[in-house]
Design a protein around this ligand. Structure first.
Ligand code: IPD
Ligand code: CA
Length: 289
């Protein structure tokens, strides 16, 4: 296994990724302002992917192409895994990483459904993942919300930040003070959704509330920022969560599988929290087994 990048190498690459992601603002806002939901022109020319609710717009593809072109100039020869069409390989991301020790993971627009209707909760998110002793781990993460102009970023062991302010997960310990968020996999038919609809119902009555915002990457950034105390979902992809996992962990949070086992960035299953509520949430999910 190749040695992982040094702190200085990570910080230098993080800076390049911050400018790369900020440069997307005009393109992201151009599509956001079209709002086809207000009329039937459908200028975004959305298409369906795996199901009627899993859509992609021309802007997802244009943004991913722009990010991939910049990465290929900055870091030639390094593997790229993108949600849309720029991946260097068309196999499952974990398989694509079998013969490398480092890869770039792109979700050009996370929260595409929101984006396609000018609903202001979406982001563009980029992560660099490295092969570590205990499995693959994100070592750079950058998540950009162009509407709020918030750039969330982190490098391994360097803390998590938003626009130069350091992030810290919340100190909420009681469920009656907890504000939570979740999501339901794009594959609405996913049998796991029934169990998690029950978790959503139960926790809604026991806490300040459970939001369903529609962008996994931004949900994770909000846990890191202490705006939300926990987020869970299954049926995700590595590009939805890789940057956000690093943000939460660098801000003092905890990320595991729904049974408490160590997180796996490729599994699509995630429970993230401010650490203080983690055990309580594991039990709440277990109750719905
Ligand atoms: C989706 C969002 C949504 C989550 C879905 C994801 P996309 O990503 O993160 O919140 O519930 O499972 O697929 O498709 O908008 O990039
Ligand atoms: Ca996406």
């Amino acid at each position: 296994m190749k040695k992982m990048l040094t702190e200085n190498e990570l910080l230098a690459r993080l800076e390049q990724c911050q400018s790369l992601m900020r440069s997307l603002k005009p393109l992201l806002l151009e599509g956001y302002r079209i709002n086809p939901g207000a009329d039937t022109t459908r200028e975004l020319s959305t298409e369906n992917k795996t199901s009627f609710s899993d859509i992609v717009t021309v802007y997802d593809k244009r943004v991913e192409k722009s990010i991939a072109e910049s990465l290929r100039k900055l870091f030639p020869g390094e593997l790229i895994i993108g949600e849309e069409d720029t991946s260097d390989s068309n196999v499952h991301p974990e398989k694509a990483c079998e013969n490398v020790d480092l890869a770039w993971v792109i979700d050009p627009i996370d929260g595409t459904t929101n984006y396609s209707r000018s609903y202001p909760f979406f982001c563009s998110t980029l992560s660099m993942i490295e092969r570590a002793e205990n499995g693959w781990t994100p070592t750079i993460g950058v998540t950009f919300n162009p509407v709020s102009d918030e750039l969330f970023y982190a490098a391994k062991n360097q803390g998590a930040w938003v626009n130069n302010h350091q992030l810290k997960t919340s100190s909420v310990e009681s469920e009656k003070e907890a504000l939570l968020t979740t999501g339901f996999a794009s594959l609405r038919a996913d049998p796991k959704n029934k169990k998690f609809l029950n978790v959503f119902k139960n926790l809604t009555t026991q806490t300040l509330g459970v939001r369903r915002d529609g962008s996994a990457a931004l949900d994770l950034a909000y846990v890191a920022a202490g705006r939300i105390d926990a987020y869970w979902e299954s049926g995700l992809s590595v590009w939805d969560v890789a940057a956000g996992i690093l943000l939460v962990e660098e801000a003092g949070g905890n990320v595991t599988h729904h049974d408490g086992k160590p997180r796996n960035i490729f599994s699509g299953e995630i429970l993230s929290s401010n650490s203080r509520l983690h055990k309580w949430l594991l039990n709440k999910i277990k109750e719905q087994q």
